[in-house]
Design a protein around this ligand. Structure first.
Ligand SMILES: Cc1ncc(COP(=O)(O)O)c(C=O)c1O
Length: 428
């Protein structure tokens, strides 16, 4: 019998996607990117092309796709039931693991996404302080709620501290409830906090904003000024939690917030997010002790479901193994160093920014300290560079290389070769 020729289903899938999905997409990636399979640090698309994967599902697959420990844990749980609404032992164990790992976490409330976690964290500090306004940073991402979509990515940034909405459909009144400052500008934050301390419920920050590390002393000063005025500080650790260190960015940078949000890694690739924080703030979620007036009502159908919980627990167990973070940091450092070197050799006006587990390049030689600095980056060249890399077996999002514990020497070598080749073509 003759071998059946492989029929590439991509074109048909794209056509169907374009008919039934707006823009042919789930909203995350272009219609043409259709991934079929993942294993460790690699993915395959429907055409059968293999890629070193730096997308990592937008971050959750830190220990690699289809990790045997996670797969086994999930396979063992599925025949026993996939969701109960009531408590289950695995969710309780995962909450305990979070409390043990994360410095600010006395207690945990599970949700299903980072967006929800951020929404509830902001609500929790509003309820706690009995005030409405939240200070966030321009360019800071805290999910898709009305409050979070204020000055996430303004094309024409306005005057601080007035936010710019990122989407239609957001009530105008939300603009009045958010105060926007520049990341890494402690003078601006301090003066805004002093000015508005009686109206502020809390401050929310990505301790590592997208790709921008905090300037030395910035998080410490932010912690100090918020504490001075009794204003709860929220760290959005949806990206950095269990990634920068087992205790997240708060462990890595040595600054403990009052409350944090988690997502991505903590659910082991399943839908799980969490709000974790100080006992007195978290007590508002306690129906048995909070007064009717203070009780913060919060439920969710799939919250803490056992499948996501066992996947999260198995992931954390892998991360606790000695040497795991050293390995991922070594991989990230090698990649960042090699890319910087190649850009320099090619004489390109570009720089690599980030931390070893999460970085990218920007095509500008101006220093990057906040969102407005990133607007100096040449986005068209970055897009072209990403396209050249995709054709050379590198899968990544528009911005961000997520480094995996599972990336191997071969993955690193392949990536560096692809960079060399793509830079040669870019500069030809
Ligand atoms: C810092 C940060 N917060 C919140 C979110 C939202 O998480 P989710 O996509 O799970 O809603 C993300 C998602 O990328 C994020 O990067």
């Amino acid at each position: 019998m003759k071998d059946q020729p492989h029929i590439d289903p991509t074109a048909a899938l794209v056509a169907t996607a374009k008919r039934v999905l707006p823009g042919g997409s789930f909203g995350n990636m272009p219609a043409e990117t259709i991934l079929r399979e993942g294993s460790a640090g690699r993915v395959w698309d429907e055409a059968g092309n293999e890629y070193v994967d730096f997308l990592l599902g937008s971050g959750p697959m830190f220990i690699g796709h289809a990790h045997p420990a996670v797969t086994a844990a999930v396979q063992a749980q599925i025949p026993l039931g996939t969701t109960f609404f009531g408590n289950n032992r695995h969710g309780i164990a995962l909450a305990e693991a979070i409390v043990d790992a994360v410095p600010c976490a006395d207690q945990v409330r599970f949700v299903c996404s980072g967006t929800e976690a951020d929404l509830y964290a902001m609500r929790a500090v509003r309820a706690f302080r009995k005030r409405d306004k939240i200070l966030k940073f321009e360019g800071g991402y805290h999910g898709m709620s009305d409050y979070a979509l204020m000055s996430l990515a303004p094309k024409r940034p306005g005057n601080f501290p007035r936010p710019t909405p990122d989407s239609p459909g957001i009530p105008k009144s939300v603009q009045d409830e958010m105060v926007v400052a520049a990341f890494n500008d402690i003078e601006m934050v301090e003066s805004l906090i002093r000015e508005q301390k009686d109206e502020l419920a809390g401050v929310i920050v990505e301790p590592f904003q997208r790709l921008i590390p905090p300037a030395p002393g910035f998080l410490q000063a932010l912690r100090k000024v918020t504490a001075e005025h009794g204003i709860p500080l929220i760290f959005d650790e949806v990206v950095t939690g269990f990634r920068f260190a087992y205790g997240g960015a708060q462990e890595y940078y040595g600054v403990t917030p009052d409350i944090c949000t988690l997502g991505k890694i903590v659910g082991g690739g399943f839908a799980l997010g969490a709000v974790a924080g100080r006992a007195d703030i978290m007590a508002q979620f306690d129906r048995t002790t909070a007064s009717d007036e203070d009780f913060l009502f919060q439920v969710g159908t799939l919250s803490g479901n056992p499948v996501a919980s066992v996947a999260g627990l198995a992931t954390l167990e892998v991360l606790r193994q000695p040497g795991t973070y050293a390995k991922v940091f070594a991989t990230g450092r090698e990649l960042m160093g090699a890319l910087s070197e190649l850009l320099k050799k090619a004489g390109l006006k570009a720089q690599v920014i980030g931390e070893p587990p999460l970085f990218d390049l920007v095509f500008t030689d101006r220093p990057i300290r906040d969102y407005r600095d990133t607007l100096h980056g040449d986005a068209a060249t970055l897009k072209r560079f990403n396209q050249l890399l995709r054709a050379r077996g590198i899968m990544k999002g528009e911005s961000k290389y997520y480094v995996s514990v599972a990336h191997t020497k071969a993955d690193i070598d392949h990536t560096i070769d692809a960079w060399k080749d793509a830079i040669a073509e870019l500069t030809a």
